[in-house]
Design a protein around this ligand. Structure first.
Ligand code: MN3
Length: 205
């Protein structure tokens, strides 16, 4: 079965003024769609692989034939990363997490502000295109960044939250000011969705 572009869980203008409508239209409707299309193209004739959930395909990336592996890393990663990205954002969001996720963040980073500072550092420190992540691995939360569309799943980490720092994610509104985009992005983080991902990761799903 072919992979499909998931619909955005909210209208393209829902994240204004922090993320502008045109950026959302292009980012979801063209960039994410292209990853899905190119992933399906790469997997033509590999039905057993194409039937796997995208997360499983990335976790088992070393079993993907070398001939198509980089295309799956780029486009399968792009598909999984963006699917998560839309899910963990939303209108009337922001603020801080609560419950077990908040406890785990405080335990790992000291407090919420220190966590935000470390994620920002990872986001600004990523030269060129990539992502900054909060991941769960070996039962512990940590922050890392990946280049291009590389998924933390390929390194055995479960992505709890991630920010896209490709220029296509922010250039129309923020131009070269990636730091301003990262600061504004906290206003659209849907902590309920992030907490659900944390719970699923803890449960090993
Ligand atoms: Mn993107």
């Amino acid at each position: 079965m072919a992979y499909t572009l998931p619909p955005l869980p909210y209208p393209t203008n829902a994240l204004e003024p922090y993320i502008d409508t045109l950026t959302m239209e292009i980012h979801h409707g063209r960039h994410h769609k292209t990853y899905v299309d190119n992933l399906n193209k790469a997997l033509e004739g590999y039905t057993d692989l194409a039937n796997k959930p995208i997360e499983q395909l990335l976790r088992e990336i070393t079993s993907v034939p070398e001939k198509i592996r980089q295309a799956v890393i780029n486009n399968g990663g792009g598909h999984a990363n963006h699917t998560m990205f839309w899910e963990i954002m939303g209108p009337k969001a922001g603020g801080q997490p609560s419950g077990p996720l908040a406890d785990a963040i405080n335990e790992a980073f000291g407090d919420f502000a220190s966590f935000q500072a470390k994620l920002k550092e990872a986001a600004l420190g990523r030269f060129g295109s990539g992502w900054a992540w909060l991941v769960l691995g070996g039962g512990k939360l940590s922050i890392l960044s990946t280049p291009n569309q590389d998924s933390p799943l390929m390194q055995g980490h479960y992505p709890i939250l991630g920010i896209d720092v490709w220029e296509h994610a922010y250039y129309l509104k923020y131009q070269n000011k990636r730091a301003d985009y990262v600061d504004a992005w906290w206003n659209v983080v849907n902590w309920n969705a992030v907490a659900q991902r944390y719970a699923a990761a803890k449960a090993g799903k």
